[in-house]
Design a protein around this ligand. Sequence first.
Ligand code: AMP
Length: 445
Amino acid sequence: MTFASLGLIEPLLRSLETLGYQTPTPVQAQAIPAVLAGRDLMAAAQTGTGKTAGFALPLLQLLTMEGPKVTANSARALILVPTRELAEQVHEAVRQYAENLPLRTYAVYGGVSINPQMMKLRGGVDVLVATPGRLIDLFRQNALKLDQLQTLVLDEADRMLDLGFSEELANIYRMLPKKRQTLLFSATFSDDIRLLAGQMLNDPLSVEVSPRNVAANTVKQWIVTVDKKRKAELFVHLMRKNKWKQVLVFAKTRNGVDALVEKLQGLGVNADGIHGDKPQATRQRALDRFKLSEVQILVATDVAARGLDIEDLPLVVNFDLPIVAEDYIHRIGRTGRAGATGEAISLVCADEVNMLSAIEMLTRQTLKRQNEPDFEPEHRVPDTDASGQVVKKPKKPKKPKTSGGGGKRNLGKWVESGESQTPEPSIKPVRKVPVFNTGPRKRKP
Ligand code: AMP
Protein backbone atom coordinates (compact mmCIF):
# COMPACT_ATOMS: atom_id res chain seq x y z
CA MET A 1 0.00 0.00 0.00
CA THR A 2 1.18 3.53 -0.76
CA PHE A 3 0.18 6.98 0.46
CA ALA A 4 -0.94 7.77 -3.10
CA SER A 5 -3.37 4.83 -3.04
CA LEU A 6 -5.00 6.33 0.07
CA GLY A 7 -6.00 9.32 -2.05
CA LEU A 8 -3.55 11.92 -0.77
CA ILE A 9 -2.78 14.84 -3.06
CA GLU A 10 0.54 15.40 -4.71
CA PRO A 11 1.89 18.25 -2.48
CA LEU A 12 1.43 16.01 0.56
CA LEU A 13 3.07 13.08 -1.20
CA ARG A 14 6.07 15.30 -1.92
CA SER A 15 6.36 16.26 1.77
CA LEU A 16 6.22 12.60 2.76
CA GLU A 17 8.92 11.76 0.27
CA THR A 18 11.13 14.47 1.78
CA LEU A 19 10.48 13.01 5.25
CA GLY A 20 11.30 9.50 4.06
CA TYR A 21 7.86 8.01 4.83
CA GLN A 22 7.45 5.19 2.32
CA THR A 23 4.52 3.11 3.53
CA PRO A 24 1.51 4.13 5.60
CA THR A 25 1.43 2.64 9.10
CA PRO A 26 -1.71 0.60 9.94
CA VAL A 27 -3.41 3.49 11.76
CA GLN A 28 -2.66 5.79 8.84
CA ALA A 29 -3.98 3.26 6.33
CA GLN A 30 -7.31 3.16 8.16
CA ALA A 31 -7.64 6.73 9.36
CA ILE A 32 -6.63 8.68 6.26
CA PRO A 33 -9.44 7.48 3.91
CA ALA A 34 -12.03 7.78 6.69
CA VAL A 35 -11.05 11.36 7.56
CA LEU A 36 -10.94 12.28 3.87
CA ALA A 37 -14.50 10.92 3.58
CA GLY A 38 -15.54 13.33 6.34
CA ARG A 39 -16.18 10.74 9.04
CA ASP A 40 -15.88 11.32 12.78
CA LEU A 41 -13.29 8.97 14.21
CA MET A 42 -12.15 7.33 17.40
CA ALA A 43 -8.75 5.86 16.66
CA ALA A 44 -6.69 3.72 19.02
CA ALA A 45 -3.20 2.65 18.06
CA GLN A 46 -0.07 1.87 19.99
CA THR A 47 2.38 4.57 20.96
CA GLY A 48 4.83 5.64 18.27
CA THR A 49 2.87 4.23 15.33
CA GLY A 50 2.25 7.43 13.40
CA LYS A 51 -1.03 8.76 14.78
CA THR A 52 -0.03 12.38 14.13
CA ALA A 53 0.23 11.86 10.39
CA GLY A 54 -2.93 9.74 10.61
CA PHE A 55 -5.01 12.81 11.42
CA ALA A 56 -2.79 15.63 10.12
CA LEU A 57 -2.41 14.49 6.50
CA PRO A 58 -6.12 14.12 5.65
CA LEU A 59 -6.94 17.20 7.70
CA LEU A 60 -4.51 19.31 5.68
CA GLN A 61 -5.93 17.90 2.48
CA LEU A 62 -9.52 18.75 3.43
CA LEU A 63 -8.50 22.27 4.40
CA THR A 64 -6.79 22.70 1.04
CA MET A 65 -9.64 21.28 -1.03
CA GLU A 66 -12.72 22.40 0.89
CA GLY A 67 -14.08 25.35 2.82
CA PRO A 68 -13.67 29.12 2.59
CA LYS A 69 -10.40 31.00 3.07
CA VAL A 70 -9.60 31.67 6.70
CA THR A 71 -10.68 35.08 7.99
CA ALA A 72 -8.99 37.34 10.55
CA ASN A 73 -8.58 35.89 14.07
CA SER A 74 -10.07 32.56 12.98
CA ALA A 75 -8.93 28.95 12.86
CA ARG A 76 -10.33 26.29 10.53
CA ALA A 77 -8.96 23.26 12.35
CA LEU A 78 -8.07 22.87 16.00
CA ILE A 79 -5.79 20.19 17.42
CA LEU A 80 -5.99 20.03 21.21
CA VAL A 81 -3.12 18.43 23.12
CA PRO A 82 -2.48 18.01 26.86
CA THR A 83 1.02 19.51 27.19
CA ARG A 84 2.98 22.45 25.84
CA GLU A 85 5.85 20.30 24.63
CA LEU A 86 3.42 18.13 22.70
CA ALA A 87 1.87 21.25 21.16
CA GLU A 88 5.30 22.23 19.82
CA GLN A 89 5.98 18.74 18.53
CA VAL A 90 2.61 18.23 16.84
CA HIS A 91 2.82 21.66 15.27
CA GLU A 92 6.29 20.90 13.94
CA ALA A 93 4.98 17.70 12.33
CA VAL A 94 1.96 19.54 10.84
CA ARG A 95 4.27 22.28 9.53
CA GLN A 96 6.44 19.70 7.79
CA TYR A 97 3.49 17.88 6.24
CA ALA A 98 2.03 21.23 5.05
CA GLU A 99 5.32 22.43 3.57
CA ASN A 100 3.96 22.44 0.01
CA LEU A 101 0.45 23.66 0.79
CA PRO A 102 -0.87 27.23 0.95
CA LEU A 103 -1.95 26.82 4.57
CA ARG A 104 -1.02 28.67 7.74
CA THR A 105 -0.30 26.66 10.89
CA TYR A 106 0.50 27.77 14.42
CA ALA A 107 0.74 26.52 18.02
CA VAL A 108 -0.46 28.29 21.18
CA TYR A 109 0.15 27.19 24.76
CA GLY A 110 0.61 28.63 28.23
CA GLY A 111 3.73 29.52 30.15
CA VAL A 112 4.89 31.99 27.49
CA SER A 113 3.76 35.52 26.61
CA ILE A 114 0.29 35.71 25.07
CA ASN A 115 0.92 38.90 23.03
CA PRO A 116 2.91 37.38 20.15
CA GLN A 117 0.23 34.69 19.92
CA MET A 118 -2.52 37.33 19.67
CA MET A 119 -0.59 39.14 16.94
CA LYS A 120 -0.08 35.95 14.97
CA LEU A 121 -3.74 35.01 15.15
CA ARG A 122 -4.80 38.35 13.65
CA GLY A 123 -4.22 37.06 10.13
CA GLY A 124 -6.10 33.82 10.89
CA VAL A 125 -4.58 30.33 10.81
CA ASP A 126 -5.77 27.20 9.03
CA VAL A 127 -4.49 24.75 11.65
CA LEU A 128 -4.14 25.75 15.26
CA VAL A 129 -2.48 23.38 17.75
CA ALA A 130 -3.33 24.36 21.32
CA THR A 131 -3.37 23.43 24.97
CA PRO A 132 -6.84 24.04 26.43
CA GLY A 133 -6.08 26.77 29.00
CA ARG A 134 -4.35 29.15 26.59
CA LEU A 135 -6.96 28.53 23.91
CA ILE A 136 -9.68 29.66 26.28
CA ASP A 137 -7.67 32.77 27.28
CA LEU A 138 -7.23 33.75 23.65
CA PHE A 139 -10.92 33.20 22.95
CA ARG A 140 -12.00 35.26 25.95
CA GLN A 141 -9.72 38.09 24.91
CA ASN A 142 -11.34 38.09 21.46
CA ALA A 143 -8.07 37.12 19.82
CA LEU A 144 -9.66 33.98 18.40
CA LYS A 145 -13.00 33.13 16.81
CA LEU A 146 -14.04 29.58 16.20
CA ASP A 147 -17.11 29.89 14.01
CA GLN A 148 -15.09 28.90 10.91
CA LEU A 149 -13.94 25.69 12.54
CA GLN A 150 -14.33 22.61 10.32
CA THR A 151 -12.43 20.00 12.31
CA LEU A 152 -11.57 19.34 15.94
CA VAL A 153 -8.86 16.83 16.84
CA LEU A 154 -8.24 15.60 20.38
CA ASP A 155 -4.76 14.13 20.46
CA GLU A 156 -4.15 11.93 23.52
CA ALA A 157 -7.93 11.98 23.62
CA ASP A 158 -8.43 9.99 26.81
CA ARG A 159 -6.22 12.41 28.72
CA MET A 160 -8.09 15.35 27.20
CA LEU A 161 -11.42 13.89 28.26
CA ASP A 162 -10.49 12.93 31.80
CA LEU A 163 -11.22 14.86 34.92
CA GLY A 164 -8.19 17.14 34.75
CA PHE A 165 -9.35 18.80 31.56
CA SER A 166 -13.09 18.23 31.67
CA GLU A 167 -14.02 21.75 32.70
CA GLU A 168 -11.82 23.37 30.07
CA LEU A 169 -13.06 20.98 27.41
CA ALA A 170 -16.69 21.70 28.26
CA ASN A 171 -15.94 25.43 27.87
CA ILE A 172 -14.23 24.87 24.54
CA TYR A 173 -17.12 22.76 23.29
CA ARG A 174 -19.46 25.66 23.86
CA MET A 175 -17.24 27.82 21.65
CA LEU A 176 -17.34 25.45 18.67
CA PRO A 177 -19.82 25.22 15.80
CA LYS A 178 -22.16 22.23 16.15
CA LYS A 179 -21.49 21.08 12.61
CA ARG A 180 -17.90 19.92 12.42
CA GLN A 181 -15.76 16.84 12.07
CA THR A 182 -14.33 15.45 15.32
CA LEU A 183 -11.36 13.10 15.52
CA LEU A 184 -10.12 11.38 18.68
CA PHE A 185 -6.71 9.71 18.74
CA SER A 186 -4.93 7.93 21.59
CA ALA A 187 -2.97 4.82 22.49
CA THR A 188 -5.29 4.10 25.40
CA PHE A 189 -9.03 4.42 25.87
CA SER A 190 -10.65 3.18 29.04
CA ASP A 191 -14.18 1.82 28.65
CA ASP A 192 -15.62 4.84 30.43
CA ILE A 193 -13.82 7.30 28.19
CA ARG A 194 -14.87 5.26 25.17
CA LEU A 195 -18.48 5.63 26.21
CA LEU A 196 -18.16 9.35 26.78
CA ALA A 197 -16.28 9.84 23.53
CA GLY A 198 -18.92 7.91 21.63
CA GLN A 199 -21.55 10.37 22.83
CA MET A 200 -19.55 13.32 21.52
CA LEU A 201 -19.11 12.01 18.01
CA ASN A 202 -21.45 11.85 15.06
CA ASP A 203 -21.79 8.30 13.70
CA PRO A 204 -18.13 7.64 14.51
CA LEU A 205 -15.92 5.10 12.90
CA SER A 206 -13.85 3.19 15.40
CA VAL A 207 -10.33 2.43 14.23
CA GLU A 208 -8.48 -0.04 16.38
CA VAL A 209 -5.24 -1.38 15.02
CA SER A 210 -3.99 -3.31 18.05
CA PRO A 211 -5.49 -5.08 21.05
CA ARG A 212 -6.86 -2.59 23.55
CA ASN A 213 -4.53 -0.79 25.93
CA VAL A 214 -1.32 -2.58 25.12
CA ALA A 215 2.17 -1.18 25.16
CA ALA A 216 4.12 -1.22 21.91
CA ASN A 217 5.39 -4.77 21.50
CA THR A 218 8.81 -3.44 20.56
CA VAL A 219 9.40 -2.46 24.20
CA LYS A 220 10.97 -5.06 26.50
CA GLN A 221 9.67 -4.51 30.01
CA TRP A 222 10.63 -5.71 33.47
CA ILE A 223 10.70 -4.59 37.06
CA VAL A 224 13.34 -4.53 39.76
CA THR A 225 12.01 -4.69 43.31
CA VAL A 226 13.70 -2.48 45.86
CA ASP A 227 13.04 -0.66 49.12
CA LYS A 228 11.74 2.86 48.60
CA LYS A 229 14.62 4.49 50.43
CA ARG A 230 17.16 2.77 48.18
CA LYS A 231 15.65 3.64 44.80
CA ALA A 232 18.08 6.46 44.00
CA GLU A 233 21.03 4.30 44.99
CA LEU A 234 19.76 1.45 42.81
CA PHE A 235 19.21 3.79 39.88
CA VAL A 236 22.80 5.05 40.05
CA HIS A 237 24.06 1.48 40.42
CA LEU A 238 22.12 0.25 37.36
CA MET A 239 23.12 3.30 35.35
CA ARG A 240 26.81 2.67 36.00
CA LYS A 241 26.67 -1.10 35.72
CA ASN A 242 24.78 -1.05 32.42
CA LYS A 243 26.53 2.08 31.10
CA TRP A 244 23.22 3.74 30.29
CA LYS A 245 23.69 6.43 27.66
CA GLN A 246 20.30 8.10 27.26
CA VAL A 247 17.48 7.51 29.72
CA LEU A 248 14.09 9.12 30.26
CA VAL A 249 13.17 8.68 33.92
CA PHE A 250 9.69 9.18 35.33
CA ALA A 251 9.16 10.21 38.95
CA LYS A 252 5.82 10.72 40.65
CA THR A 253 6.23 14.24 42.01
CA ARG A 254 7.93 17.50 41.16
CA ASN A 255 10.00 17.21 44.34
CA GLY A 256 10.95 13.68 43.39
CA VAL A 257 12.21 14.93 40.02
CA ASP A 258 14.25 17.71 41.63
CA ALA A 259 15.73 15.39 44.25
CA LEU A 260 16.89 12.82 41.72
CA VAL A 261 18.30 15.45 39.35
CA GLU A 262 20.18 17.03 42.24
CA LYS A 263 21.60 13.70 43.31
CA LEU A 264 22.70 12.82 39.77
CA GLN A 265 24.21 16.22 39.12
CA GLY A 266 26.02 15.96 42.47
CA LEU A 267 27.61 12.78 41.13
CA GLY A 268 28.71 14.59 37.99
CA VAL A 269 26.03 12.97 35.81
CA ASN A 270 24.68 15.08 32.95
CA ALA A 271 21.04 15.19 34.10
CA ASP A 272 18.16 17.64 33.84
CA GLY A 273 14.51 17.68 34.86
CA ILE A 274 11.08 18.63 33.52
CA HIS A 275 7.97 19.32 35.55
CA GLY A 276 5.07 21.70 35.79
CA ASP A 277 6.75 24.16 38.17
CA LYS A 278 9.57 24.98 35.76
CA PRO A 279 9.36 27.92 33.35
CA GLN A 280 8.29 26.84 29.90
CA ALA A 281 11.53 27.94 28.23
CA THR A 282 13.53 25.80 30.69
CA ARG A 283 11.24 22.82 30.12
CA GLN A 284 11.50 23.05 26.36
CA ARG A 285 15.27 23.58 26.45
CA ALA A 286 15.80 20.51 28.66
CA LEU A 287 13.69 18.42 26.27
CA ASP A 288 15.42 19.77 23.15
CA ARG A 289 18.86 19.11 24.64
CA PHE A 290 17.79 15.60 25.62
CA LYS A 291 16.54 14.97 22.07
CA LEU A 292 19.94 16.10 20.78
CA SER A 293 21.64 13.77 23.32
CA GLU A 294 23.24 16.77 25.01
CA VAL A 295 21.57 15.68 28.24
CA GLN A 296 22.10 12.07 29.25
CA ILE A 297 19.37 11.58 31.84
CA LEU A 298 16.08 13.46 31.70
CA VAL A 299 13.93 13.10 34.80
CA ALA A 300 10.28 14.08 34.39
CA THR A 301 6.83 13.92 35.87
CA ASP A 302 3.98 12.65 33.72
CA VAL A 303 4.10 15.95 31.88
CA ALA A 304 6.48 14.07 29.55
CA ALA A 305 4.46 10.84 29.45
CA ARG A 306 2.27 11.65 26.48
CA GLY A 307 3.10 11.77 22.82
CA LEU A 308 6.69 13.02 22.92
CA ASP A 309 8.67 11.57 20.05
CA ILE A 310 12.33 11.17 20.97
CA GLU A 311 14.19 9.54 18.15
CA ASP A 312 15.93 6.27 19.04
CA LEU A 313 15.41 6.63 22.78
CA PRO A 314 16.67 3.27 24.08
CA LEU A 315 15.41 3.26 27.65
CA VAL A 316 12.62 4.48 29.93
CA VAL A 317 12.93 4.01 33.68
CA ASN A 318 9.95 4.31 36.00
CA PHE A 319 11.63 5.52 39.16
CA ASP A 320 8.12 5.53 40.61
CA LEU A 321 5.13 3.76 39.09
CA PRO A 322 2.40 6.03 37.75
CA ILE A 323 -0.75 6.42 39.82
CA VAL A 324 -2.97 5.93 36.77
CA ALA A 325 -2.28 2.61 35.04
CA GLU A 326 -2.81 3.97 31.50
CA ASP A 327 0.07 6.37 32.03
CA TYR A 328 2.41 3.37 32.24
CA ILE A 329 1.62 2.56 28.60
CA HIS A 330 2.24 6.16 27.55
CA ARG A 331 5.45 6.51 29.56
CA ILE A 332 7.10 3.40 28.18
CA GLY A 333 5.80 4.34 24.73
CA ARG A 334 8.46 7.06 24.59
CA THR A 335 10.80 4.24 23.58
CA GLY A 336 10.32 1.58 20.88
CA ARG A 337 8.85 4.12 18.45
CA ALA A 338 8.49 3.89 14.67
CA GLY A 339 9.43 0.20 14.73
CA ALA A 340 12.60 0.65 16.83
CA THR A 341 13.21 -1.48 19.92
CA GLY A 342 13.43 -0.20 23.47
CA GLU A 343 13.53 -1.19 27.11
CA ALA A 344 11.43 -0.10 30.06
CA ILE A 345 12.49 -0.82 33.62
CA SER A 346 10.39 -0.02 36.67
CA LEU A 347 11.84 0.27 40.16
CA VAL A 348 9.05 -1.02 42.37
CA CYS A 349 8.79 -0.86 46.17
CA ALA A 350 6.29 -2.59 48.46
CA ASP A 351 4.13 0.56 48.68
CA GLU A 352 3.49 0.36 44.96
CA VAL A 353 2.13 -3.16 44.77
CA ASN A 354 -1.42 -2.05 43.99
CA MET A 355 -0.21 0.19 41.17
CA LEU A 356 1.84 -2.69 39.79
CA SER A 357 -1.17 -4.95 39.94
CA ALA A 358 -3.34 -2.36 38.13
CA ILE A 359 -0.74 -1.98 35.38
CA GLU A 360 -0.47 -5.73 34.90
CA MET A 361 -4.22 -6.08 34.76
CA LEU A 362 -4.61 -3.25 32.24
CA THR A 363 -1.82 -4.48 29.99
CA ARG A 364 -2.76 -8.15 30.49
CA GLN A 365 0.76 -9.27 31.33
CA THR A 366 2.74 -10.23 34.39
CA LEU A 367 5.86 -8.13 34.38
CA LYS A 368 9.06 -10.08 34.70
CA ARG A 369 10.86 -9.49 37.98
CA GLN A 370 14.57 -9.21 38.19
CA ASN A 371 16.36 -8.93 41.50
CA GLU A 372 19.49 -6.87 41.70
CA PRO A 373 22.05 -8.48 44.03
CA ASP A 374 22.62 -6.35 47.15
CA PHE A 375 19.38 -4.47 46.55
CA GLU A 376 16.88 -7.17 47.50
CA PRO A 377 14.17 -5.34 49.42
CA GLU A 378 13.62 -5.79 53.12
CA HIS A 379 9.97 -5.00 52.49
CA ARG A 380 9.09 -7.64 49.95
CA VAL A 381 6.85 -6.64 47.04
CA PRO A 382 4.01 -9.20 47.10
CA ASP A 383 3.52 -11.34 44.01
CA THR A 384 1.12 -9.99 41.44
CA ASP A 385 -0.25 -11.18 38.14
CA ALA A 386 -2.36 -10.04 35.24
CA SER A 387 -5.59 -11.11 36.97
CA GLY A 388 -5.29 -8.04 39.16
CA GLN A 389 -4.84 -10.13 42.27
CA VAL A 390 -2.09 -9.37 44.69
CA VAL A 391 -1.21 -13.00 45.13
CA LYS A 392 0.38 -13.02 48.55
CA LYS A 393 0.17 -10.61 51.37
CA PRO A 394 3.43 -8.94 52.35
CA LYS A 395 5.11 -10.60 55.27
CA LYS A 396 4.21 -8.86 58.44
CA PRO A 397 7.17 -7.34 60.18
CA LYS A 398 8.14 -9.26 63.26
CA LYS A 399 6.75 -7.79 66.40
CA PRO A 400 9.52 -5.91 68.09
CA LYS A 401 10.63 -7.62 71.22
CA THR A 402 10.73 -5.41 74.21
CA SER A 403 13.97 -7.03 75.23
CA GLY A 404 16.80 -8.73 73.36
CA GLY A 405 19.24 -7.39 70.74
CA GLY A 406 17.77 -8.97 67.55
CA GLY A 407 14.30 -7.54 68.03
CA LYS A 408 15.63 -4.10 68.72
CA ARG A 409 17.54 -4.09 65.45
CA ASN A 410 14.49 -5.10 63.51
CA LEU A 411 12.40 -2.38 65.10
CA GLY A 412 15.05 0.19 64.28
CA LYS A 413 15.09 -0.74 60.58
CA TRP A 414 11.34 -0.82 60.24
CA VAL A 415 10.83 2.60 61.73
CA GLU A 416 13.86 4.17 60.09
CA SER A 417 12.73 3.21 56.60
CA GLY A 418 10.07 5.91 56.75
CA GLU A 419 7.70 3.67 54.83
CA SER A 420 4.05 3.67 55.53
CA GLN A 421 2.78 0.68 57.44
CA THR A 422 -0.68 1.16 56.07
CA PRO A 423 -1.11 -0.31 52.60
CA GLU A 424 -1.86 1.99 49.66
CA PRO A 425 -5.55 2.21 48.86
CA SER A 426 -6.41 -0.13 46.06
CA ILE A 427 -6.07 1.58 42.71
CA LYS A 428 -8.43 0.88 39.88
CA PRO A 429 -6.85 0.62 36.46
CA VAL A 430 -9.44 2.89 34.89
CA ARG A 431 -10.27 6.50 35.47
CA LYS A 432 -13.70 7.56 36.58
CA VAL A 433 -16.04 8.93 33.95
CA PRO A 434 -15.60 12.68 34.08
CA VAL A 435 -18.70 14.76 34.58
CA PHE A 436 -18.35 17.99 32.68
CA ASN A 437 -18.31 21.15 34.76
CA THR A 438 -17.98 19.38 38.06
CA GLY A 439 -15.29 17.86 40.13
CA PRO A 440 -12.06 19.29 41.42
CA ARG A 441 -9.40 20.39 38.95
CA LYS A 442 -6.65 17.82 38.94
CA ARG A 443 -3.20 19.31 39.46
CA LYS A 444 -1.14 19.34 36.33
CA PRO A 445 1.89 17.06 36.52
P1 AMP B 1 3.76 9.53 16.09
O1 AMP B 1 3.18 8.27 16.67
O2 AMP B 1 2.81 10.29 15.26
O3 AMP B 1 4.43 10.39 17.15
O4 AMP B 1 4.95 9.06 15.11
C1 AMP B 1 6.04 8.33 15.58
C2 AMP B 1 7.24 8.48 14.68
O5 AMP B 1 7.05 7.75 13.46
C3 AMP B 1 7.54 9.91 14.26
O6 AMP B 1 8.93 10.12 14.37
C4 AMP B 1 7.09 10.00 12.84
O7 AMP B 1 7.85 10.94 12.09
C5 AMP B 1 7.34 8.59 12.33
N1 AMP B 1 6.40 8.15 11.26
C6 AMP B 1 5.07 8.33 11.25
N2 AMP B 1 4.52 7.76 10.16
C7 AMP B 1 5.52 7.19 9.47
C8 AMP B 1 5.58 6.43 8.24
N3 AMP B 1 4.50 6.15 7.54
N4 AMP B 1 6.81 6.01 7.84
C9 AMP B 1 7.91 6.29 8.57
N5 AMP B 1 7.92 6.98 9.72
C10 AMP B 1 6.74 7.43 10.18
